[in-house]
Design a protein around this ligand. Sequence first.
Ligand SMILES: NC(=O)c1ccc[n+]([C@@H]2O[C@H](COP(=O)([O-])OP(=O)(O)OC[C@H]3O[C@@H](n4cnc5c(N)ncnc54)[C@H](O)[C@@H]3O)[C@@H](O)[C@H]2O)c1
Length: 437
Amino acid sequence: MTPPLQIAPASGKLGVLLVGLGAVSTTTIAGVCAIRKGLAPPIGSLTQMGTIRLGKRTEGRAPRIKDFVPLAGLDDIVFGGWDIFEEDCYAAARTAGVLEQGQLDQVRPELEAIRPMPAVFDQRYVKRLHGPNVKKGRNKRDLAEQVVADIRAFKEKHGCDRLVMVWCGSTEVFMKEGPVHGSIASFEKGLEQSDDAIPSSMVYAYAAIREGIPFANAAPNLTADVPAMLQLAARTKAPLAGNDMKTGQTLIKTIIAPGLKARLIGVRGWYSTNILGNRDGEVLDDPESFKTKEESKKSALDYIFQPHLYPELYKDLCHVVRINYYPPRGDNKEGWDNIDIVGWLGYPMQLKINFLCRDSILAAPIVLDSALFLDLAKRAGMSGIQEWLSFYFKAPMHAPEVYPEHDLFIQLMKLKNTLRYMQGEELITHLGREYYD
Ligand SMILES: NC(=O)c1ccc[n+]([C@@H]2O[C@H](COP(=O)([O-])OP(=O)(O)OC[C@H]3O[C@@H](n4cnc5c(N)ncnc54)[C@H](O)[C@@H]3O)[C@@H](O)[C@H]2O)c1
């Protein structure tokens, strides 16, 4: 057993800064306000409802996670954020149309008090959107300094002890890592020159990380996952997590696929299609934003099935992902999966999944948990990529020399073992010899 880490207490207020006050953010904020008032349960949140087994199964020790590690309490969270639209959080939540009017009205004053700060936005990166609440600056460096000033002013105004930033903005167009992202110096030069390879999301991430603030990317765009940001995070001791929250279809995929693989059931094809009618769906209707999402959604199966180790079962898997913008459904997404599987002696079978989900209802607990766990990581002195938070993401950040872990159950084990490690508890290997020796 290793000694527990020195973790600073979660005293004072935690400012949670959300970039983009759309469906996900407003559902998170309204949800936390309702939960604080005892009006609704925090279903889906590991930090609020999860337990953790400690020691042997015979010991019967299974405290709540929030009683085991020192997390910020919900009453100590203050929300803020940026958006290209000027409407306050109550109006934005109504536009998003996720939560019922009656429920929003129960927390209306808290939501109305949150007004978005002007955004760093350039339509070249999110083609379908156009809004008035946008900063002007000489170059991207100037815009980054304005975000830093916003962050500091927010901290001061609300008397926050600590801050966390989560990108919950729209999915930006597909981008690849380039020379400007290679080092802090080249990135800062790129900011100065307003380099096209620096999308708006990177301007926010740079500002947060430079301030030593933990940063999570809830969307699939290339943001903090480049060498310049990792170097900066190492310098400022900022923890990082992302990318793209694992909610509807991909969540189910990473639950089903490890099961098929565990039983060595072959898979010839996996066809996934979705209809979605919210603003996210509208943005993803643009092929360039969809490409970003598609890349993120498709990677999970390759890593779970390991076709290089099991060529007879998974080598030629045909994986297709489609998202269709269909306004009548709003935030209530419907996903269909057809999985062509193969059993004993090569006999084909099919598995069909029809998931009628609510995207932001699945996403909100992830935003909350990532913010609370990143704040914990910061207080525990853990900086850079927090691989133990892979549990929450479709395209988890990982060290360059290892492949990302997508299996939800391995991810959960990793997360809980990290919490045990932080508190100096024995890691659980599930070997269990001691019960039979
Ligand atoms: N809901 C889910 O289940 C889920 C899952 C995984 C990832 N995501 C991702 O999370 C993000 C948010 O999803 P959503 O459903 O809330 O979308 P949304 O369209 O309702 O909200 C996004 C908000 O971001 C704002 N925005 C865009 N660019 C901005 C910028 N540069 N600065 C400030 N604000 C900006 C938009 O104006 C909009 O209000 C999307 O990228 C989506 O792909 C969502």
